[in-house]
Structure formats: C-alpha cells, structure tokens
Design a protein around this ligand. Structure first.
Ligand code: NDP
Ligand code: 2IT
Length: 445
C-alpha cells in the first residue's frame, strides 16, 4: 500500500470531502509500515474496505415549525464498519453537517470503538438542522421526524446511536421515545438515555472525565500525579467541555478559558466550581451564550476568536473539528503548553498535529482521549442487555480501567526508539489492527 495512491484514489472517487480525506490521511500515514508488514491484508484489499463506509443512508426530514411553516432538512446515517460489533456512534445536529463530516466521524469512530475493548463497530449520523433558537416543541418534532425515517435501520444488535454536537439528553429522549413506539420494543437502541428509562450513570460525564483520566495516565508516565499548578485552556462549553472542567477542578487544576461558536472567555482567576455551575445552567437550561459569563464575572471576552493564544500548560479542545490550526499550535507550544488532549473529534489540523509531534509534547488524539463517552455507551448497552443498572462507582471504575487500557495500547504501538510516545501512531495502529484482524477472519464481505 502506498498512502499517496490510496488517498488519490479516494479523493477521485469521493471528491469535495476534505474532512473525510483528512481523517483517512492521518490514519494511513500511521499504519503504512504495519500494513505493509502484513501482505495478507493487501491481498484482501483491507485498506479500501476499511476506509470506505459499508453504507450511507441519506434522506429528507420534513417537520413543522411553531408558526406552521413546513420545513425540510437533509439527514444521514453513515454505517462505517461492523466487523467487531454493532454499528455505534453519535448523532450530530449542526448546520455544517454533510456527508464529508459524517464520513470522517464514522471512520474515526470505527478505530476509537476498537480501542475501547468493547464490541462496537463504527457509525455516525446527523442532520444540517440547526437547533439554536428552536423551541422545545420544534426540537421534539424534528427528532421524531428524523426517527420516523431512520428507525428501520437501527436496533440493539444492528446500530445504536447516541448524542454528539447539538444532541444531548433531551434530544436522545425524544428520538428514543419515537423509536420505541415504532419498533414496539424496549431494548435500549440508543445510549445517553435518561436514568429513568435505561440510561447509565456517568454517561453524561464520561467523555470529559475520560479525557482527564487519559491526561493523568500521560502525566503519570512523566512523574506528575495531579493537576495542581496546571493552567488549563478548554474550548467549547457543551457536554464534553463542562464535565472536562469539572474533573480538572476536582484534581486541583485551574481552568482559565471556555468558549462557544461566538467567542471565548478568559478568566485568569480561574473558573471555579460555582462559576462552572453557572456555565452549566446557562448552557443547559437557559441555552445562553458564553459571553454572559464575562458580563457576570467581569472578565475578558474575545468575540469570534479561539482561546489558544492564552497562556496554558494543558490544552483540551472540546468543541469541534479543525479548531486548532498550525498557528494556534505554534502559540500553544511557545507559551509553554506540555499537553494537548482532544475531547473533540479531529480538533487539530494536520499542520497542528505535526507541530505537536515535532516539539514532542504529550499529544493525545481524539480517538484515544475522548473514547470515554462511547465506552460508557458500551457499558450502557451491557446494562440494558442484562436488564439491570450498575452503581456510579462501578461505571466510573470501569471507565478508568478502559482509559488506562487505551493508554497502554497507545504506549505499546506508539513508543519510538528514543522513548517518545507518538500517541497518534499508537492509537491508529492499535485500532486498525483489531478491526483488520476481525475482517480478515470473517472473509471477503
Ligand atoms: P455540545 O453540542 O454539547 O457542545 C458543543 C460546543 O462546541 C458548544 O459550546 C458549541 O458552541 C461549540 N461548537 C460547536 N460547533 C462549533 C464551531 N463550528 N465553532 C466553534 N465552536 C463550536 O457537543 P459535545 O460537547 O457533545 O461535543 C463537542 C465535541 O466532542 C465534538 O467534536 C464531538 O464530536 C466530540 N465528542 C462528543 C462526545 C459525547 O459523548 N458527546 C464523545 C466524544 C467526542 P455553540 O453552542 O455556539 O454551537
Ligand atoms: O464521538 C463520539 O464518540 C460520540 N459522540 C459518542 C458516541 C456514542 O455512541 O456514545
């Protein structure tokens, strides 16, 4: 396999999909040597079969807004690979959603899920519906209309969706309700459900907590055992960002930035627990903007910018793809950042990744660092299958063990001769090998 040839071929067959090309390129560069050491993979054309999704559903969703206008949106589900378990991955509602973005996310999800140690394949879905400013009833009608089309293609043993950007507990509940009604079953074909109807404790916290557990594993290798004295820059102020901040505070770190798509706040005194509770309420109950934090607490707000120019020792991008470019990465390194761990999916451009690796800082790619979310989704599936629910401590312990195991896989496959751990190579090779071996064993499909 020659990376350039495979990539050129995919670019020609699937033009105008830059995010998908970017995600594939990063994985191919990591696995090239390992892949070529296994001629049996090439014989079975594993590379094309693992890069191209199994299937994509693409459909129109029609719904009625509060003023009786009939609206349409485009919606999708990308079922990427189910060699190691049922398709599994979130649903994103954001105006930018298109096949390229969902294909990159489903591709990444396949390797991420393989790393979790649990039996889950990779998928992603979503719509270009923009939830901002929509009433609760409009959200409900949209979710129901989306499921009216999708429900035939999902199920507890086929494809299990969950949340992502723009889709949290409220949206999952509306989608699950409609699914349950249409399918006549209560088997838990969604994760991130409410606790009253099959949800798992710790699932809302899992991605953020998991990222910090991963950071702690990286720091411990360097002899650092807590976050005291660490200055932490976080982007986003949604599900992943808020629970990341909560765990940072618990371990003694200082959080100085958070953001949304309009701008970022910089609070040099630190966002403490009380201020974080304010952000949580602002975002989840009032659906407000991060700027209101600056108005309330009298700190700096920078409109239309990202927080990476601010001095920090740990950066935790937790908003969206390509939110750290080469320039941002240079700034972070120059300002003394020792670790970047990705709560979001593919938040760093290829230029940014290369800068982190060149400077040998601790850099954890999303498919390893943010795998805690889907891991607890997997634990939710196990609990649903057994018709019981585990206590918080048990789920949290399992999450910690899984993040430790993912870290170990990265170290195993990513340690370079000088002892530096290239977590990108580690995560990509470990995830790839598991899926590739499963595909080889099951024949040409
Ligand atoms: P939320 O919708 O809860 O929060 C998203 C946050 O990111 C909001 O603050 C939002 O601001 C901001 N944001 C979204 N799009 C952009 C953009 N284009 N530019 C700048 N800011 C933006 O989503 P999550 O917290 O669930 O997801 C955040 C990231 O984490 C995503 O990359 C997601 O794929 C990833 N992830 C999520 C998991 C989960 O379990 N939820 C698991 C693993 C990864 P605004 O409100 O202004 O839009
Ligand atoms: O990107 C992700 O891993 C998620 N949005 C969570 C997926 C899931 O199925 O819990």
């Amino acid at each position: 396999m020659k990376v350039k040839e495979v990539l050129d071929n995919l670019k020609q067959r699937f033009p105008n999909e830059p995010e998908y090309h970017q995600a594939v390129e990063e994985v191919l560069l990591s696995i090239e040597e390992t892949y070529n050491a296994h001629p049996e993979f090439e014989k079975q054309n594993i590379i094309e079969r693992i890069c191209i999704p199994d299937r994509i559903f693409s459909f129109r969703v029609t719904w009625v807004d509060d003023r009786a206008n009939v609206k349409t949106n485009m919606a999708f589900r990308v079922q990427h690979n189910n060699a190691i378990g049922p398709y599994k991955g979130g649903i994103r509602f954001h105006e930018s959603v298109c096949p390229s973005i969902l294909k990159f996310l489903a591709f990444e999800q396949t390797f991420k899920n393989a790393l979790t140690t649990l039996p889950m394949g990779g998928a992603k879905g979503g719509s270009d519906f923009n939830p901002q400013g929509k009433s609760d009833s409009e959200i409900m009608r949209f979710c129901q209309a989306y499921i009216l089309e999708l429900w035939r293609h999902i199920g507890p043993e086929t494809d299990v969706p969950a949340g992502d950007i723009g889709v949290g507990g409220r949206e999952v509940a509306y989608m699950y309700g409609m699914y349950r009604k249409l399918a006549h079953e209560n088997t838990g074909t969604f994760t991130g459900k409410g606790l009253e109807f099959g949800g798992s404790l710790i699932r809302p916290e899992a991605t953020g907590y998991g990222n910090i557990y991963f950071v702690m594993n990286m720091l411990k290798r360097k002899g650092i055992n807590d976050l005291k004295g660490q200055i932490v820059a976080i982007s986003g102020s949604g599900n992943v960002a808020t629970y990341t901040a909560e765990k940072v505070l618990e371990l003694g770190g200082k959080v100085v930035t958070m953001s949304d798509s309009s701008g970022y706040i910089y609070d040099p005194n630190g966002i403490d627990t009380e201020k974080l509770t304010y952000i949580f309420d602002l975002k989840n109950n009032q659906r407000g903007r991060i700027k209101e934090y600056a108005d309330k607490y009298g700190c700096k707000y920078v409109e239309g910018q990202r927080p990476w120019v601010e001095k920090c020792t740990i950066a935790l991008p937790s908003a969206t793809q390509n939110e750290i470019d080469g320039h941002d990465a240079e700034m972070l390194v120059m300002n003394g950042c020792i670790a970047v761990s990705e709560g979001a999916n593919m938040p760093s451009t290829i230029d940014a990744v290369n800068i982190f690796l060149k400077n040998k800082i601790l850099y954890a790619p999303g498919k390893a660092a943010n795998a805690g979310g889907v891991s607890v989704s997997g634990l939710e599936m196990s609990q649903n299958a057994m018709k019981l629910s585990w206590p918080k401590e048990e789920v949290d312990k399992r999450l910690q063990d899984i993040m430790k195991s993912i870290h170990e896989s990265c170290v195993k496959y990513g340690t370079e001769p000088d002892g530096f751990v290239n977590y990108v190579n580690g995560a990509n090779i470990a995830g790839f090998m598991k899926v590739a071996k499963a595909m080889m064993a099951q024949g040409v499909l």
